[in-house]
Design a protein around this ligand. Structure first.
Ligand SMILES: Nc1ncnc2c1ncn2[C@@H]1O[C@H](COP(=O)(O)OP(=O)(O)O)[C@@H](O)[C@H]1O
Ligand SMILES: [Mg+2]
Length: 291
């Protein structure tokens, strides 16, 4: 059976709804009389993303994260279940900026291309948009004249982010966007994504195998194991009161401490909420748990 993509959203404040998604890959026959079989990679994945929110997806390498992002973007021809997306042009940022940028073109040309293909803007208007986007992602104007190979890894990822935002999408899928970068550059790119997401009211599916990285950006998170979502919820809830053994395993491996479930008293509840907004609390918590 074939699944379906549609633009109809069930709920008004959702930008994406995925329901009961199953994806299998055909396994090639390795011997003559071997039966052709398939390997199921996603098993009944269901979730939603609200407009303007960051949803984190964590899971170890090979659990199906990229398969999920490709399916959402319509790049996976065969699947079961449904993907309902209200975003007009969902965009993707990949792990490896070197291979996703055309090596033969200068950055200015690369950033202009979506405008050339999709808008009726004049050459001068396109140029202005490119320059203002460069500024927005923290790159100097002169970067427009460089080739991708002349940039550092962090600069290249900034160019990829700029490219993905040229048409002002309402949904961005960031598939391990900082996994190839070293830790200092990672932090800069996360800060950039966080700022842009707020400024532009973007909804983001932020994918990583790194529990710490996901916490820094996500309001809600999903934990994936072997193609299934085993736990999901508000980030603070999942990180500090994990329920599933696998979530606990990932937290432990990342050296993040959580509180074991215990009955809360009214006093405790009042105490934690006192005088602190969620963002403020997140920042404080993040600095405690992050290196
Ligand atoms: N095009 C493909 N054909 C066959 N198997 C694939 C293909 N893409 C991914 N896989 C397999 O599907 C599983 C999930 O891969 P992937 O979605 O890339 O996981 P992740 O992004 O979490 O590392 C892996 O076992 C991988 O080898
Ligand atoms: Mg992947």
């Amino acid at each position: 059976m074939q699944g379906g993509h549609s633009q109809r959203c069930l709920s008004q404040d959702h930008i994406l709804e995925v329901e009961d998604l199953c994806v299998s890959y055909e396994r090639q026959k390795s011997r003559l009389f071997e039966k052709e079989d398939s390997m199921q990679v996603l098993h009944g994945v269901s979730f939603y993303i609200r407009k303007g929110e960051v949803l984190g997806l964590v899971g170890e390498s090979g659990c199906g994260k990229s398969t999920l992002s490709r399916t959402i973007l319509g790049l996976q021809p065969r699947y079961e279940g449904s993907v309902r997306c209200a975003a007009v042009r969902p965009q993707m940022v990949f792990q490896d900026p070197a291979s996703s940028l055309n090596p033969a073109k200068r950055v200015g040309w690369i950033l202009e291309e979506p405008l050339r293909l999709n808008t009726g803007l004049s050459a001068e208007e396109r140029r202005q948009k490119v320059l203002s986007m460069l500024e927005r992602v923290g790159l100097e104007e002169k970067i427009a004249d460089r080739f991708p190979r002349q940039l550092s890894g962090g600069q290249r990822q900034r160019v990829c982010i700029a490219e993905s935002l040229m048409l002002e999408p309402s949904l961005l899928i960031a598939d391990e966007p900082v996994s190839a970068l070293d830790v200092t550059v990672q932090a800069q790119i996360i800060a950039l994504l966080s700022r842009l997401q707020k400024e532009m009211g973007l909804a983001v599916l932020f994918i990583s195998h790194d529990m710490r990285v996901v916490y820094q950006l996500s309001q809600r998170v999903m934990i994936m194991k072997e193609g299934r979502i085993v736990e999901s919820g508000d980030a603070d809830e999942v990180y500090f009161h994990p329920r599933h053994p696998y979530t606990k395993e990932l937290l432990e491996a990342a050296g993040i401490e959580w509180e074991e479930e215990k009955a809360e008293t009214d006093e405790e509840t009042d105490g934690t909420a006192e005088g602190k907004g969620t963002d403020e609390r997140r920042q404080a918590d993040a600095s405690e748990i992050l290196p």
